[in-house]
Design a protein around this ligand. Structure first.
Ligand code: PRP
Length: 213
């Protein structure tokens, strides 16, 4: 039996994925308790899991060292990699938004350039290019909401889940860009060379997702 390798982002997306896979009979006991190990197996099903940072999931799948991956739509869009997105897994739901002070007079600093602080510079570039608006992007790696609060940027482009981080920092959603959820992605070559096993996985996960409450 061909070995299938699946790249998963550590954390909630991986946990949700294990729950679906277990319904298909995959034994996820090893990847659920990985310790410091990064390669985990269900040897009976010949499925190998690698646990990586979210933004690295598309990298492993694009290079073909992972056949499949589960990744947020936001991370997938930012990666710009040409992967087959075969299934919306429906969990990990949030929205990609532009946020800032609803009342522009509260912006502490005014400057010539409109500044956007974000973890998603590629998405920001293409979004504002699409609107024909010139902006300066400030790439941050977390706590992006600080941007407008401390006067580093005019707005942020970020994911909003419950909205509590925005609220706690006095910010509001100004523009909604798109809905985000976890996606199953597949390497283009793997889809041909391991078609039967990968199709089994796509069909099975699709069935289980549709059965979710
Ligand atoms: C994400 C995101 C927002 C927050 C949104 O950050 O960048 O800051 O969650 O969630 P909420 O709408 O439910 O408040 P994350 O928690 O991943 O931490 P980070 O800021 O360090 O990236």
């Amino acid at each position: 039996m061909d070995v299938i390798t699946m790249a998963l982002a550590k954390g909630r997306l991986a946990e949700e994925t294990f729950s679906l896979l277990e319904k298909l009979g995959v034994d996820c006991s090893e990847p659920r308790n990985p310790g410091r190990q990064l390669v985990l197996w269900d040897r009976k099903s010949s499925i190998r899991f690698i646990l990586v940072k979210p933004s690295d999931v598309p990298v492993y799948v694009d290079h073909g060292v992972a056949d499949l991956g589960v990744v947020g739509k936001d991370t997938l869009m930012e990666s710009g990699r040409p992967l087959y997105e075969v299934l919306d897994l429906t969990f990990g739901k949030c929205r990609l938004c532009v946020a800032g002070y609803a009342d522009r007079d509260s912006i502490p600093v005014t400057r010539a350039n409109f500044r956007v602080a974000t973890k998603y510079p590629h998405i920001a570039r293409s979004y504002y290019d699409g609107k024909g608006q010139t902006i300066e992007i400030i790439k941050l790696n977390g706590s992006v909401e600080l941007g407008p609060v401390i006067g580093l940027s005019d707005v942020i482009l970020d994911i909003v889940e419950s909205g509590s981080t925005l609220k706690a920092n006095g910010l509001s959603i100004l523009e909604e860009i798109c809905d985000v959820s976890a996606r199953l992605v597949v390497n283009r070559v793997s889809l041909k060379t391991k078609r039967e096993r990968i199709q089994w996985m796509i069909d099975g996960l699709g069935r289980e997702v549709r059965a979710l409450p």
